[in-house]
Write a protein that binds this ligand. Sequence first.
Ligand code: C5J
Length: 218
Amino acid sequence: MTTVAAQPGPFTFEPAHTALVMIDMQRDFIEPGGFGATLGNDVSLLLPVVAAAADLVAWARTQGIVIVHTKECHRPDLSDCPPAKRLRGLPSLRIGDMGAMGRILIDGEPGADFVPQLAPQTGDVVIKKPGKGAFYATPLSAVLEGKGITHLIFGGVTTEVCVQTTMREANDRGYECLLVEEATGSYFPEFKEQALAMVRAQGGIVGWTAALAALTGA
Ligand code: C5J
């Protein structure tokens, strides 16, 4: 068993029954010209997350922890993209339109791929998801159950959207969840801080948060 100094209290896990879920570290969210930028966001705000997320993945490999990479993307024919998602707001380009990194948020296009520092390795699990939560319309539950996973460690982007949604889905399914603070980020730094606070409030209503060094030094 490993115990980490976390908030609101210690987080204890067995690496053999733990998975790291790295959420949506894709070029479409992190690089200029992708989905995040079309929505008017300053994507450079997510750059500091990349190194910390890569360090988290590297640490998980040394522990033999299952590594899951999620990828928000849609089929080229958009059959898995609800019109409500595609048509909402006034982005400069919509999902499926041609952008600087290929069609926005479409599976197989360069923009939907992972940033090189977070590229999956052989043996990692890749989950393609059409929604914000990684359990919705994906095989994630079955994969985790098949591997006997009880605890999840989270990183990725963005904290208050896909990371928090997935953590809440996981919490409702009975997983013990830890979010690693430096390995997650938002286009809105204040939303990140509030999301971390929401997770660990009320005795850990959604789970725990911890600094990366607390985990890697545990
Ligand atoms: C968003 C995500 N922000 N991965 N997706 O639309 O958080």
